[in-house]
Structure formats: structure tokens, C-alpha cells
Design a protein around this ligand. Structure first.
Ligand code: ADP
Length: 482
């Protein structure tokens, strides 16, 4: 079962990793030590066997010779104790042996005898009590013939004792080291993760009312500081989003409350006393106007909200932009004339775009409607388009109207934003036209820009991608992309 806390997981992983390393190290150490001890035992046996073989060749050894201890002491210059030595003749009969072999026998295995008889020395580990013996069976070869067989043996008790001690130290040392390391890991991971605990506590206290709170960036490690910074920046964005939702709700309620107040006021005044049919007709006509106004606001809001959620179908098809602009221009002509504004449609090159004609008409109608609305009588409004770099078309709606002060420019695409609320409302505006324009442009993969000089006029520039195909292949492109 996996532990739940990060601290426990870190400690366990650290422990498991350390255990694997220390175990591999311990086993390696034990293996190397064992090999070296056995090798040095074999080397010792080999050195003694060579001396005894040499002595037997020089006839120092006669059958029945026992004083191997002195022989070896003379040769090595110091006593060598604990070896069992015997010299056999080629048929395997014991000629001479060390005194410690009087009471016991040193067996010659058939394989060792065969090997020596063919002139090859052989090492064996033979079971014995209290410890196994290491035996070297060594042929004495003179002029190509095996003259004697020397056997030297020693007990492996000391070697085995040493190895047992080392194994014991490792068996106790590794778990102790591991426990100490895990305790250290537990403590250190606790210290490193402590800032996360305080972050969790701080996050727990957060709700929509105190989104302005920020976590202190006091973490000792870069990762924790980075996490805190990013979390604070997320809080900032959330706070902004919440504020916008609140503002939007307040704006929407305010926008709907005004026509409602007018409606109620007119109805109340009308009901104060009996009125003539003409008066009722006038009140009803005025009420209808307010109801239509509210209906437009609700429809625009729905379009924007559903558009952002990707729920508004955008039925794209390959269409001629210049023709569409011409149609819109014809309608604008009439509107401009009524407002005593001079409208000029400069025309432009034929351009095909992949777009929803309904939405594009709405876009240009909004921009041209604004241009006429915010241009005093006698002013001018221009509509033109041109191709840029062969891949996009720029449609310009320019007027010589009241313009927009620079401090308002960054906000005019926000919902319900109006430079002059009273003037806009008096002219039937609600501050939703430009946000809708922006949504339409974006959903078609384009962008919209505004340039304006107060009292000199404004230019709205719409950039749309040109449809490269000549056929109708984007006709199936009904989408609901936001
Ligand atoms: P509205 O319904 O009020 O016109 P819009 O979203 O269309 O709402 O426009 C937002 C605001 O931008 C307007 O209230 C107005 O202040 C400003 N605006 C838009 N177009 C123009 C323009 N051509 N000239 C001057 N001001 C403009």
C-alpha cells in the first residue's frame, strides 16, 4: 500500500534507494574480501607445496620424514604453523607426513590424484570438523615424470571466522544505517515541506470574499517560492475574473433597470386618471420602445455569453466580401442621409473570405452604425477595403466624428463600456455593440483595431484572413467556436 503523505513517500523512496545501494555495496565488499582471503590461502599453500616439492627432489625428504615445521622455518625464515603436509609416491602411498597427521588422515580425492598424476596441481575444499579444509594436491615432476605428490592442507576456520564477523557487522550495520538515514530523511523532508503546510492552511481560508489575500513568498527553496508566486498570480487573475463578473452583473442589472423604471413610471402616470385613446396609444408606443430596447440588450448579452461558451453556430461559407460590403454600404447610405452625414464607399478589389455572412453583416452594420451615430451632421463616414500581403484583407470604417479620448480607447471593447453613458443611451446604445464586433472578428480568425483622435474622428480597422480556395469547400464549416 502506498503511503498517502508526500513526506512518507519521500522517506520511503529515499530509504529503498539507500537500502539498494548499501546492500549492493555490502555484498560487493563481502565478495571481494572472501575472494582475497581464499586466494591468499591458496597462495600460501602453493608456496609451501613448492618448498616441500623442492626438498623432496633434492632428497632432503626421506620416507618417514616428519619435521616439516623446521624445514619450512629454515626456508621462510619464520615458523609456519597449522599446515598439514604429506608426501605420496606416484601410486598414492603416503611416504612422509607432518606430525599433526599422525592421528588423522588427509584424504586424496580420486580427481585430485588423477589431476596430479597428469602433472596438474589441484585445489579443493574438503568438509572437515570443526571447519572445512583447503587442500592443494601438487605433483613433483622430474624430467617429465611425476615423482611424488605433495599435499598441503590448512583449515579454513580463520578465514570463515573473519567472513562471519564481516557478515555480522554488515547485517547489523546496514539496517542501523538505513534507520538513521530514514529518520534523517523524515526530518529533512518535514522541514522542506513545512511551507506547503502553511500554504494549504492559507488556501483553506480563501473564498470569493477575500481573493485579494496573497500568500507570503517566504519559502526557502526556489520551487516553493515559484509555487507561491504562481499561486498568487492565479489568485490575481481569479480576483480580476470575479471582479469582472460582479461588474458585469451590476452593469447588466443597471442597464435593464433603466427601461424598467421608465416603463413603470409611464404606466403609473397613465393609470392615475382615465385617459383618451390617443394618450393610451402614446404610452403603449413608448412602452413598446422600452421593451424593444430591453429585448435588444438581452439578445446581445445572450449572443455574447453563448458566443464565448462556443454555443453560437457560425455557418461559414466562401463568400465575396466586396459584394457583402456593397450591400451594407447601400443600407448605410440611407442611414447616413437621414443623419445628414456624407457616406463614401470607396469600393475595393474582389476578395473571397470564409465567413458567416449573417455575422459579417452584423459586424459592419455595428461599426458603420456607430460611425454615423457618433458623427455630427455635416461630417463624413468612409468605408473601404484593401488586400495586405495577399493573405488578409483590411476593412476600414472611418469617420470625422467626435472621436474617442485616449484614456477610453483600451476599454471600448469591454461590455457596457461607453465613453458618454447618457449620450449613448439617448441614442439607443447599450455598450454591447463593439464587444459583439470583437467576438465576430475573433471567431473568424481575425482582429480588430481602433485609432481615434478626439474631435477629429475614429477609424476601426478589421483584419480578416482571405480564403485561398476558389471552390466552396468551407461551406461545411459550421462551427460553434468561441
Ligand atoms: P454603443 O451601443 O454605446 O454604441 P458600442 O459598444 O458600440 O456601444 O460602443 C462603445 C462606445 O465606444 C460608445 O458608447 C462610444 O462611446 C464609443 N464609440 C464607438 N464607436 C465610436 C465612433 N465611431 N466614434 C466615437 N465613439 C465611438
Amino acid at each position: 500500500m502506498r503511503p498517502e503523505t508526500l513526506r512518507a513517500q519521500l522517506t520511503l523512496w529515499n530509504g529503498a534507494f539507500l537500502f539498494a545501494i548499501v546492500l549492493a555495496f555490502g555484498l560487493g565488499l563481502y565478495g571481494v574480501l572472501a575472494r582475497n582471503l581464499y586466494r591468499s590461502t591458496d597462495q600460501k599453500l602453493s608456496a609451501i607445496a613448492e618448498v616441500v616439492a623442492e626438498s623432496s627432489v633434492r632428497n632432503f625428504l626421506r620416507p618417514g620424514f616428519t619435521d616439516f615445521a623446521r624445514l619450512l622455518e629454515e626456508f621462510f625464515g619464520m615458523p609456519t604453523a597449522g599446515q598439514f603436509i604429506q608426501v605420496l609416491d606416484p601410486s598414492g602411498n603416503v611416504g612422509s607426513r607432518s606430525p599433526n597427521l599422525e592421528a588423522r588422515r588427509l584424504k586424496v580425492s580420486p580427481q585430485a590424484y588423477q589431476s596430479a598424476a597428469h602433472g596438474h596441481p589441484m585445489y579443493e575444499t574438503v568438509a572437515d570438523h570443526p571447519a572445512p579444509m583447503r587442500v592443494l594436491t601438487y605433483p613433483v615432476v622430474v624430467r617429465g615424470r611425476v615423482r611424488n605428490i605433495v599435499q598441503v592442507a590448512t583449515s579454513l576456520a580463520t578465514v570463515n571466522d573473519t567472513l562471519r564477523h564481516v557478515a555480522w557487522v554488515l547485517a547489523v550495520g546496514i539496517p542501523t544505517l538505513l534507520l538513521a538515514a530514514m529518520a534523517g530523511g523524515w526530518f529533512l523532508s518535514g522541514r522542506s515541506l513545512a511551507p506547503l503546510d502553511s500554504m494549504v492552511a492559507a488556501i483553506h481560508d480563501l473564498d470569493a470574499d477575500n481573493l485579494d489575500a496573497r500568500l507570503p513568498e517566504t519559502g526557502h527553496t526556489l520551487e516553493v517560492r515559484e509555487l507561491t508566486r504562481n499561486f498568487n498570480s492565479l489568485l490575481g487573475r481569479l480576483e480580476g475574473a470575479f471582479r469582472r463578473v460582479k461588474e458585469f452583473t451590476a452593469d447588466a442589472s443597471h442597464e435593464l433597470r433603466t427601461p424598467l423604471t421608465v416603463l413603470r413610471g409611464e404606466a403609473e402616470v397613465a393609470l392615475l386618471q382615465p385617459r383618451s385613446p390617443e394618450e393610451y396609444q402614446r404610452v403603449l408606443a413608448s412602452s413598446l420602445e422600452e421593451i424593444q430596447r430591453m429585448g435588444r440588450i438581452v439578445e446581445d448579452l445572450l449572443l455574447l455569453t453563448r458566443g464565448e461558451l462556443g454555443e453560437v453556430p457560425v455557418e461559414r461559407s466562401s463568400l465575396s466580401l466586396d459584394q457583402l460590403l456593397e450591400e451594407v454600404a447601400a443600407q448605410t447610405e440611407m442611414l447616413a442621409e437621414a443623419q445628414e452625414v456624407v457616406f463614401t464607399w470607396a469600393g475595393g478589389p474582389p476578395v473571397t473570405v470564409c465567413a458567416d455572412p449573417l455575422r459579417l453583416r452584423q459586424l459592419f452594420w455595428n461599426l458603420l452604425g456607430n460611425a454615423v451615430k457618433y458623427t455630427p451632421a455635416g461630417g463624413q463616414v468612409f468605408l473601404s477595403h484593401s488586400v495586405i500581403d495577399g493573405c488578409e484583407v483590411r476593412i476600414t470604417v472611418k469617420d470625422t466624428g467626435i472621436g474617442i479620448p485616449p484614456e477610453h480607447l483600451p476599454h471600448i471593447f469591454e461590455r457596457f463600456y461607453r465613453v458618454d453613458k447618457h449620450r449613448s443611451r439617448a441614442q439607443g446604445g447599450s455598450g454591447l455593440g463593439l464587444p459583439i464586433c470583437q467576438w465576430i472578428v475573433q471567431v473568424h480568425g481575425g482582429r480588430i483595431e481602433v485609432r481615434s483622435v478626439p474631435e477629429a474622428g475614429s477609424s476601426f480597422l478589421v483584419y480578416l484572413p482571405i480564403h485561398p480556395g476558389t471552390g466552396d469547400e468551407c461551406a461545411a464549416g459550421t462551427n460553434t467556436t468561441a
